[in-house]
Design a binder for this molecule. Structure first.
Ligand SMILES: [Zn+2]
Length: 344
């Protein structure tokens, strides 16, 4: 009995070992052959294996509102050359193990209240380059990827008129959001859309005037530009909060639903690596740097004190976080955790 059982077992074990070896060799061949070919063809073509990220949208619920953060892409900037205190900025980037120039995210925020579809800011459109190789101008493709169409947007709220926030309103002079009213503080519209102000502005700022008129005026011409003065409720649960300084009418928006609050503060922070720690650091694009510092301090204190979730236009996508009072002085950015069913 022992012998008869043992012999076949040995044969089977040997057969399995041989078979396993053959299968393993076949698998190894089938894996290595195509991957080598793929690597070779990529090398020959000189094309990087992964050039862009997947569609950039991030969804969350704020009370009963659905919020979808839509990436317009990024803009690469030598921020140490356009911020005050450049040494401090360079040291902050070194501390974060990040190289300069910095690749700044451009984040926009779509709010579905159930009765209105409201977009806060529109990215750069074609102003920072266009085509599939451009790092910005990706808002519309990401909006579609998130399941919405530009025609469905009822209102666009601008934090301010500047290329990377209002630039996506129009492409080639045509309204991208044909059914939307555009809301902006009157101080920004009066400044950036005025020929008199453009003529009086320093040469370096003239391009912004030209771009502002090219992208915002198609809405004004069609009767779709609505201006407001300072703080007011624009739609139920959506209010403006003046934060003047970066531009004459720079505005934050508070989105509130069922006791939850999201503060969308536009360009209150450009370079988180340096400005949370030292909010007195300003950027060359500020219309009034002293007023911009005051607005930054006010909103940082507000967000830290009330525990508001913040959506920050240029923090790394999706730019969602809370504000803490740093034990070392200044503030800190507390990144909101990634959630599959985002409910903050
Ligand atoms: Zn900006």
């Amino acid at each position: 009995m022992k012998t008869t059982i043992k012999l076949p077992m040995n044969h089977i074990a040997r057969a399995i070992t041989l078979l396993a070896g053959a299968v393993a060799a076949t698998i190894a061949l089938s894996i290595s052959a195509p991957s080598q070919a793929h690597a070779e063809s990529a090398k020959t073509a000189g094309v990087p294996m992964a050039k862009f990220q997947a569609p950039g949208f991030y969804r969350m619920m704020l009370g009963s509102f659905e919020v979808t953060v839509l990436s317009d892409g990024t803009a690469t900037r030598h921020v140490d050359e356009i911020m005050s205190k450049p040494e401090q900025v360079r040291a902050a980037f070194a501390h974060h193990h990040e190289d300069l120039p910095a690749e700044l995210s451009i984040n926009t925020y779509l709010i579905n209240t159930g009765s209105k579809l409201v977009l806060v800011d529109t990215g750069a459109g074609e102003l920072f380059g266009s085509g599939k190789d451009s790092s910005s101008g990706r808002l519309v493709s990401n909006l579609r990827a998130a399941g919405y169409q530009p025609e469905q947007v009822d209102a666009v709220l601008l934090t301010h008129i500047h290329g990377d926030h209002s630039g996506g309103l129009s492409i080639a002079g045509k309204r991208v959001f044909p059914n939307a009213d555009v809301y902006v503080d009157k101080k920004d519209a009066d400044y950036w859309l005025s020929q008199t102000q453009a003529d009086a502005a320093p040469a370096a700022r003239r391009l912004t005037f030209t771009q502002s008129r090219a992208t915002v005026n198609p809405y004004a011409d069609a009767g779709h530009l609505k201006t407001f003065n300072g703080a007011q409720e624009i739609f139920p649960g959506i209010s403006s909060l003046p934060s003047y300084g970066h531009t004459p009418g720079h505005t934050a928006y508070v989105i509130a639903s069922q006791g939850k609050n999201l503060l969308l503060w536009g360009d209150v922070i450009h370079v988180g690596n340096a400005q949370f720690k030292d909010p007195s650091i300003t950027i060359a694009y500020d219309s009034d740097a002293a007023a911009a510092i005051k607005s930054r301090e006010y909103l940082l204190q507000l967000a830290a004190g009330k525990g508001y979730l913040v959506g920050s236009a240029h923090m790394s996508f999706p730019g969602l976080g809370h504000i803490g009072n740093s034990p070392a002085g200044g503030y800190e950015w507390l990144v909101a955790p990634y959630q599959i069913q985002g409910t903050y």
